[in-house]
Design a protein. Structure first.
Lengths: 145, 126
């Protein structure tokens, strides 16, 4: 499994485009709608996307993707310009020949995530990406002297 | 092979059981020796699958792990927390004793060897 952090300042068409959809994924069911609409405009772009759940506690965000049958070496995770992208290669044996196809999904990462500390694990066909919050974005209790 | 789930008690439609289950995606391949059933069950751990063959009905049940980690708040949800149930009627006799099952990366692969009587036979011309 590779965790690649690409240069956030590199400008290319894709990242410019993503900029439009950029907002924290907290309460963002509309994002998937946007991506679905995108698929209507550009067939094939948003099809075959992976299903995702996003959870949060005080220390971490957790993104879980359903990837049954996918091996560790066929998973690529990338953080670019505040967008977490997961791409997997699925290989299926059909008799003697092997078919493979790609599935992808991107979610916007909220501000205040410690990008250096993002980790991922693959278990029972579920890919879990842990995005730790930075110290300053955790709730803090201030005690009065 | 576990037999805790008989086909009739697993079917919500016929028994009126309130538990909700969903049908997983699956593929069946076959050759002259065996059928191979491949069932996608993401989130089912090893030991969470029960397979039962009774009256040529193959019942596969997979218990899904909890999708929401304890103590966490859900921000966005697409994954279904429901467990899986697949029932297949076999129209060919299979060798029950030689059935094998393997759960790997959320995919169950079931091999159902055909009984000798069901295998194609070459008849030599004398």
């Amino acid at each position: 499994m590779k965790l690649i952090r690409t240069n956030p300042f590199s400008l290319n068409r894709v990242s410019d485009f993503d900029e439009w959809f950029r907002h924290p994924f907290a309460g963002m069911p509309s994002l998937s709608t946007l991506f679905n609409n995108l698929g209507e405009v550009f067939p094939g772009v948003a099809n075959d996307k992976l299903a995702v759940d996003v959870h949060e506690d005080k220390d971490n965000y957790l993104a879980s993707f359903e990837v049954p049958g996918v091996k560790k070496e066929d998973v690529k995770i990338e953080l670019n310009n505040g967008l977490l992208s997961v791409a997997v290669e699925k290989r299926e044996k059909d008799g003697d020949k092997e078919n493979s196809y790609s599935l992808t999904r991107s979610v916007s990462v909220p501000e205040g995530v410690n990008a250096e500390a993002i980790s991922a694990k693959l278990e029972d066909g579920i890919l879990t990406v842990t995005l730790p919050k930075q110290e300053r974005s955790k709730p803090r209790t201030i005690t009065l002297n | 092979m576990n037999t805790t789930c008989s086909p009739s008690s697993c079917a919500p439609a016929t028994s009126g059981v309130t538990e909700s289950l969903r049908k997983p995606l699956y593929n069946v391949n076959g050759n002259a020796e065996a059928y191979e059933v491949r069932v996608e069950m993401p989130g089912v751990p090893k030991g969470g699958v029960k397979i039962d063959l009774e009256d040529s009905i193959l019942t596969i049940r997979g218990e899904r792990n909890a999708t929401v980690p304890e103590g966490m708040k859900t921000l966005h949800r697409e994954l279904s927390p429901l467990s899986y149930l697949l029932r297949l009627r076999l129209n060919t006799p299979v060798d029950e004793e030689q059935m094998t099952a393997k759960l790997e990366d959320g995919v169950l692969t079931l091999r159902l060897p055909l009984k000798e009587v069901a295998k194609p036979r070459q008849i030599p011309v004398l």
